[in-house]
Every structure is written in structure tokens, then in C-alpha cells.
Design a protein around this ligand. Structure first.
Ligand code: NAD
Ligand code: UFG
Length: 348
């Protein structure tokens, strides 16, 4: 029988791509999202892309902190596992509005974990982040590296990881996988779903994409004096479809009786500089991306990329796509949807 997976934040960027892979993989998906940072159109498009599997997706517009609503959902549906994406993720906003981040990310997660425990659903995949490695002393980052947080957003990830380790220590019936994502970019190759940030994008590729479609005049490059090949920051960019597939691998791993509370990096293991990424995007799109050099962005690390050995070994998963495919798919999405799921009027 098909497994039923609850996906919190499933209307968002990574969530929508993962829900599609779940449906295509024969799972049933129930999405809970308050649509604070996403559009119901994403859900509709995932359903369409899934073809005959589309009816296996159900959507509930709901805030995770609405515990009675969550309880009602668990009372009516038996979930085999939960993939928990829902959360706020803008680093700068978390510095300006820490309480909003602690309230949403921590209280939402605690409500979810309490309801899961009450209904005996103890299998969880959680979206953590490479941000927990801070400015790593060396690369590649292995899962054993010391952890730190440079801002309230990162602190919510660290605290939730610790909560998960604690609940597993208290009750070994819990099976939990913490996935530390590196830098998700790109879009589904159909160009039908992709990332649609509200307001001015914080991250590199959504910004580059908006420059390419004429919504912003130029990319600001934060720092060209790092000790890297061209002086700009180096990151591990990973295609969002690869990342989505990593969640399916994690779900399969949850059925391994030896699993407790485990952590895996999801990255490619390759470092790419800002200038290399911009060059790859220019090649993929045929568009020139004007750039303005500026100082370093506070809190930015110099070089961050993943050790992928543990995920390869234990999840039997590795990324398939390189930066050329990431940029081609990002451009395909951007050129077909220059205003994301919205219109010029709804865009900032
Ligand atoms: P996203 O904003 O596109 O998706 C998150 C979704 O959660 C949104 O649809 C939002 O409406 C929903 N949401 C937020 N708070 C909620 C609440 N209280 N109740 C119900 N729904 C709520 O972000 P994303 O890029 O898809 O990220 C998904 C997860 O992965 C997040 O937890 C994020 O912190 C983590 N992550 C993202 C990145 C990245 O660069 N995109 C990197 C590392 C980790
Ligand atoms: N950058 C620019 N200009 C921009 C945006 C970014 O030069 O307009 C540079 C940054 O300085 C950095 C690189 O591009 O060198 C990547 O920056 P992103 O903001 O895209 O990604 P980060 O690695 O800084 O952070 C992101 C998320 C974090 C998450 C982390 C790891 O914002 O929340 O990836 O997953 F924790």
C-alpha cells in the first residue's frame, strides 16, 4: 500500500519539488502550509506535473502553530512519516525580528512533534542547513564538524536539531533524519515550478535571475577579497531536484531498523565561486549580468562545501546535476515565469 507522507511547508520552493518527486515515486502526500511565503499555484502545478498521480496530493492551508487543526488532521489521517520544511528562512529578517523566527520555527516544530507523538507517528525528516557549520575551519564539511549559529535563523536550526536528538534519546521509537542542505538552486526542468521569493531576494541565484529578466539593474557581489580562486565566496550549489530526491532516499532510510537520529549533508561536494556561478548563468541564459562590487556581507563565510561521503554510503544518494544544468533550469523557469507565480503588479 502507498505510504502517506505529511509534508509541512510543501507549497514552498524545496517542498513543492519534493512533493512532486514523492508523487512520482508512488507516495501519497498531504501538504500543510500557511502560504506565508508561497503560492497555491505551486500546489496546482505540482498536481498537473504529477499526471495520473496528481490526485494523491491533498493540500491544507494551515499554520503549524494551530495545534487543534493539526490534531484534527492527524485524527483523520494515518501518516507513515513527516517531512518538515515549514519555517521562515531569511537570515537578515531573523536578525531584525528574532522573536518572529523563534515563535514560528520553534513553536511550529514543537507543536508538530507533540502531535506526532500523541498519534504515534515517530518518523521525521527535517530540513536543517549548512548554516550550522558557521565559518568552517576546513572543508569539506563533515557531519561531525563543530556546530554554531551566527544568527537567530541558524539558531532555530541548531535548537531543532538538539530537540530531535533529545526526543530520540528519551524514546528510541523515534526515527529521525536531519538533512543539512547546502545551497539549493535551479528548478524543475519543466520550468513549471521554481523559487519565487517575496520582496528583494537574499540569495545569489534568485537575485541573478531577477537581473536577467530585467527586474533589478545589477547584482551586488559581496566581497572580492576572500582567499579563494577569484576572491569571491565559494559555496556548494545543489540542484533542487537532486535535493528533492535526497528526501526520498531519507524516507527509505527511515525504514532501516538501525536508524536513530541521524544527520546527513545534502550537497554536491564541489565549491563554486560567485563569479563562476554568474558566468555559468550567463552561458545558460545568453544574458549579460551587470555586477557591482561591494564589501563583504556580515556573517558570510569564505568557503563552504559538503563532504558527501556519508549520504552516498548510507542513503545511497548522490547529486546528479552540475552547475550548467542548475543554471539552464533556473533560466528556463525564470524566462517562462519572470514574475514567479505572480504578476508584475504583485511583485516588489
Ligand atoms: P520556502 O519559504 O519556499 O518554504 C517554506 C514554506 O513553509 C513556505 O511555503 C511557507 O509558507 C511555509 N511556512 C512557514 N512557516 C509556516 C508555519 N508556521 N506553518 C505552516 N507553513 C509555514 O523555503 P524553502 O527554501 O523551500 O526551505 C524549506 C526549508 O528548508 C526551510 O525550513 C528552510 O529553512 C530550509 N533550508 C532552506 C535553504 C535554502 O537555501 N532554500 C537552505 C537550507 C535549509
Ligand atoms: N552573494 C552575492 N550577492 C548577493 C547574494 C549573495 O554576492 O546578492 C554571495 C554571498 O556573499 C555568498 C554567495 O553569494 O558568497 C551565496 O550566498 P547566498 O545568500 O545565496 O547563500 P549563503 O550560503 O550565504 O546562505 C544560504 C542560505 C542560508 C543557508 C545557507 C546554507 O541563505 O540560510 O545557504 O544552506 F543556511
Amino acid at each position: 500500500m502507498a505510504q502517506t507522507i505529511l509534508v509541512t511547508g510543501g507549497a514552498g520552493y524545496i517542498g513543492s519539488h519534493t512533493v512532486l518527486q514523492l508523487l512520482l515515486g508512488g507516495y501519497k502526500a498531504v501538504v500543510v502550509d500557511n502560504l506565508d511565503n508561497s503560492s497555491p499555484i505551486a500546489i496546482k502545478r505540482v498536481q498537473e506535473l504529477a499526471g495520473k498521480h496528481g490526485p494523491n496530493l491533498t493540500f491544507h492551508q494551515m499554520d503549524l502553530r494551530d495545534k487543534p487543526a493539526l490534531e484534527k488532521l492527524f485524527a483523520s489521517t494515518k501518516f507513515d512519516a513527516v517531512i518538515h520544511f515549514a519555517g521562515l528562512k531569511a537570515v537578515g529578517e531573523s536578525v531584525a525580528k528574532p522573536l518572529m523566527y523563534y515563535n514560528n520555527n520553534l513553536i511550529g516544530t514543537i507543536a508538530l512533534l507533540e502531535v506526532m507523538a500523541a498519534y504515534g507517528c515517530k518518523k521525521l525528516v527535517f530540513s536543517s542547513s549548512a548554516t550550522v557549520y558557521g565559518w568552517p575551519k576546513e572543508v569539506p564539511c563533515t557531519e561531525e564538524f563543530p556546530l554554531s549559529a551566527a544568527n537567530p535563523y541558524g539558531r532555530t536550526k541548531l535548537v531543532i536539531e538538539e530537540i530531535c536528538r533529545d526526543i530520540h534519546r528519551a524514546d528510541s521509537g523515534w526515527k529521525i533524519i536531519l538533512l543539512r542542505y547546502f545551497n539549493p538552486v535551479g528548478a524543475h526542468p519543466s520550468g513549471y515550478i521554481g523559487e519565487d521569493p517575496r520582496g528583494i531576494p537574499n540569495n545569489l541565484m534568485p537575485f541573478v535571475q531577477q537581473v536577467a529578466v530585467g527586474r533589478r539593474p545589477a547584482l551586488t557581489v559581496y566581497g572580492n577579497d576572500y582567499a579563494t580562486k577569484d576572491g569571491t565566496g565559494v559555496r556548494d550549489y545543489i540542484h533542487v531536484v537532486d535535493l528533492a530526491d535526497g528526501h526520498i532516499a531519507a524516507l527509505c532510510k527511515l525504514s532501516d531498523p538501525s536508524i536513530g537520529c541521524e544527520v546527513y549533508n545534502l550537497g554536491t561536494g564541489k565549491g563554486t565561486s560567485v563569479l563562476e556561478m554568474v558566468a555559468a548563468f550567463e552561458k545558460a541564459s545568453g544574458k549579460k549580468i551587470p555586477m557591482v562590487l561591494a564589501g563583504r556581507r556580515p556573517g558570510d563565510a569564505e568557503v563552504v562545501y559538503a563532504s558527501t561521503d556519508k549520504a552516498k554510503r548510507e542513503l545511497k544518494w548522490k547529486a546528479k546535476y552540475g552547475i550548467d544544468e542548475m543554471c539552464l533550469d533556473q533560466w528556463n523557469w525564470a524566462s517562462k515565469n519572470p514574475y514567479g507565480y505572480g504578476s508584475p503588479e504583485s511583485a516588489a
